[in-house]
Design a binder for this molecule. Structure first.
Ligand code: PEP
Length: 250
């Protein structure tokens, strides 16, 4: 049985007060959802500490949206994996397409970030996904395979056991366009095959989340697919009702 996960990426949204209210509402409303669903919220750094404190001991886990590639030192504006882990945070999103596109994150940087995450006990939610032109040129399988080869194939078996993958087609993020359930299943199954080539049987346990305009109205159809183990949610994670309703989609 693979973990079922609904993770919310709050991006650069919510003040600390709003974030606190949001996590409290998620905690309260999630009581209506099957215990088998793991909720994760990923607030901005400014209120990671407060949100982690509020969620302590609840069914809602907390993740960061990024971490530094280096351990410590003269890196103005960066936040290290050790700092994040010290707050009781369990996950970190790495390789999000917005980080790759707007902040020039390469596989080299991501290799270092993954290493920092693992060295400090954080579980990466590693994002992969193709751009629109790559999908149109039918290069999506090759793009996703390369992203996995670059940043996942170097993990140890022990590290791999803690990995969560999020497949997020760039053309579906924040656009209102969702991949069809069939498109999601096709590529999720492919991702699992690629992982199995390297890690064998262990790939059967890796949660692979779908991300890209996932909402209460389409979650159920997408989550029904065999290789879709939940979602990484952007916009719809900012309203507790919608986020929790997505969790009812299993
Ligand atoms: C995301 O950025 O991870 C995401 C899936 O965003 P949205 O749900 O808003 O498309």
């Amino acid at each position: 049985m693979r973990k079922k996960i609904v993770a919310g990426n709050w991006k650069m949204n919510t003040t600390p007060a709003e974030g606190l209210e949001l996590v409290k509402n998620v905690m309260a409303q999630s009581a209506e959802v099957c215990e088998c669903v793991n909720f994760i919220v990923c607030p901005p750094f400014t209120h990671l500490s407060q949100v982690a404190e509020a969620a302590k001991g609840s069914r809602v886990a907390v993740g960061a949206q990024n971490c530094a590639a280096e351990a410590k030192g003269a890196y103005t504006g960066e936040v290290s994996a050790a700092m994040i882990a010290s707050l009781g945070v369990e996950y970190v999103i790495l390789g999000h397409s917005e980080r790759r596109e707007y902040y020039g994150e390469t596989s080299e940087t991501l290799n270092k970030k993954m290493a920092q995450a693992y060295a400090n006990g954080l579980k990466p939610i590693y994002c992969v996904g193709e751009r629109l032109e790559e999908r149109e040129a039918e290069r999506h399988f090759e793009v996703v395979k390369a992203q996995i080869e670059e940043d996942v194939f170097n993990l140890t078996e022990e590290q791999f056991a803690d990995l969560v993958i999020a497949y997020e087609p760039v053309w579906a993020i924040g656009t209102g366009k969702t991949a069809t359930a069939e498109q999601a299943e096709e590529i999720h199954a492919y991702i699992r095959t690629v992982l199995a080539e390297k890690f064998g049987e262990a790939a059967a346990s890796t949660p692979i989340l779908y991300g890209g305009s996932c909402k209460p109205s389409n979650a159920q159809e997408i989550f029904a697919k065999e290789n879709v183990d939940g979602g990484l949610i952007g916009g719809a994670a900012l309203k507790a009702e919608d986020f929790v309703a997505i969790g009812k989609g299993f």
